[in-house]
Design a protein around this ligand. Structure first.
Ligand code: FE2
Length: 416
């Protein structure tokens, strides 16, 4: 496969990218635009990027909004109530069918790497069994990392520790947690020690739902960061949400950031989900309920954006398009300065890939996998301004998704 007339991020001019089998074999600048011959893909000056990444989603809950009832208040708490109703009717096939539908939505938007959290606070581990099958069945479209996610706690849920161990024995890839949801501060702390021990012993990655609340006293991030630091595991550990950081005072944050930098862990923010679910105990002024994305980024920490939900009891919208989250996140996180806009795709590509520890399995360079996406825009700024979409998704050297470019013509000229 040959692609010509492509733009690459951070480079000027046009490029030609060649792939042989499932690997990239050439990335070379072109002196001028070329005409495509048969069998050559013409990027037509559009931006060629490595695949978009979804670092935080719950595929086991996809497409359950309104079943049997809609979350009318829009709160996290009614979401848990509605999920409880839906959970009673869940079957293996139902979970698989909805997870596959979610994966198709992601793949249609140029996403090829996905990390999903799967609820393991269930004595049957039914959702995990379904997702382990989906992980294999979906390989032609995406690489899936499964987080053993204890939705109702490790210490607070009956046999929660045992369920975590069983989930990892069955093949979950990443160790999860939810310390702020445990009954007491002590249980939150001990759950973190327990899950970090598990991850270290088994050489697994960690991704914790951490401080997903507006409570400024929810400070489990410091415990997770310190555990990551002393064990030298920072690059393998992710703190998801950390929305309480949006409510921490600056004096505490100045100390916290020193530790975060020493630990070097990764952060995922889900700005659309958080701005929808947080701030619900405020009248006015009303907090945004989102972590300090711009500040983490400027401190040199690795931070990326995720969707969290696709049409579930907690968030009724979502269509798989991570660029929609990027657009909203840049607004919500005060990241609309030109320096941020001109490199904003980092938040849904390179940074997310680092969170998922994709290493040399990601990126446009000779020898790396022939996984590529063509966006209908020449650069990061135009991609977000135009709300560009993926035109092509290439995986293992083959086109797996093709979208027709948008064409609009006005019937009248404004001067007539
Ligand atoms: Fe989540």
């Amino acid at each position: 496969m040959h692609i010509i007339n492509a733009r690459l991020r951070g480079k000027t001019g046009l490029y030609r990218v060649a792939c042989s089998g499932a690997r990239i074999t050439e990335v070379a600048p072109q002196a001028e635009a070329q005409t495509a011959s048969a069998g050559v893909l013409d990027a037509a000056g559009n931006l060629l990027i490595p695949p978009l990444v979804e670092p935080h989603i719950h595929l086991d809950a996809v497409a359950t909004a309104g079943q049997p009832e809609w979350n009318k208040s829009g709160t996290l708490f009614e979401g848990i109530e509605r999920w409880g109703q839906r959970k009673a009717t869940i079957t293996h096939e139902d979970t698989k069918q909805r997870a596959h539908a979610g994966i198709r939505m992601l793949a249609e938007h140029g996403i090829q790497h996905v990390r999903t959290h799967v609820d393991v606070t269930d004595p049957t581990l039914g959702a995990l069994k379904a997702l382990l099958e989906v992980r294999e069945e979906a390989r032609a479209l995406i690489d899936l990392q499964i987080v053993a996610f204890p939705q109702e706690g490790i210490e607070s849920y009956p046999a929660g520790r045992e369920l975590m161990v069983r989930a990892l024995d069955m093949g979950a890839d990443v160790v999860g947690g939810i310390p702020h949801f445990e009954n007491t501060r002590e249980q939150g702390v001990s759950s973190l020690h327990f899950l970090m021990d598990l991850a270290e012993q088994r050489g697994l990655l960690v991704d914790v739902h951490c401080d997903e609340t507006d409570d400024p006293h929810s400070r489990f991030l410091e415990v997770l960061a310190e555990q990551a630091r002393v064990r030298g595991m920072g690059s393998r550990v992710t703190a998801s949400h950390t929305t309480a950081m949006g409510s921490y005072d600056n004096a505490y944050c100045s100390k916290l950031f020193r530790l975060l930098k020493a630990a070097g862990l990764n952060f995922v923010s889900c700005p659309t989900e958080s701005i929808h679910l947080q701030g619900r105990f405020d009248s006015f002024p009303k907090r945004r309920g989102v972590t300090r994305v711009g500040e983490l980024d400027r401190a040199g920490l690795n931070v990326c954006f995720g969707q969290d939900s696709l049409q579930d009891p907690w968030y009724p919208l979502g269509n798989g398009n991570i660029l929609r989250i990027l657009d909203a996140g840049l607004h919500i996180c005060h990241m609309m300065g030109y320096d941020d806009l001109r490199r904003c795709l980092d938040l849904v590509t390179e940074h997310s890939a680092r969170t998922l520890n994709l290493g040399e399995g990601y990126g446009i360079a000779v020898g790396r996998p022939a996984n590529l996406v063509l966006l209908e825009a020449p650069d990061d700024y135009e991609a977000v301004r135009r709300q560009a979409k993926a035109l092509l998704s290439i995986r293992h050297g083959e086109v797996i998704m093709r979208r027709e470019p948008q064409r609009v013509s006005l019937v009248h000229n404004s001067r007539q």
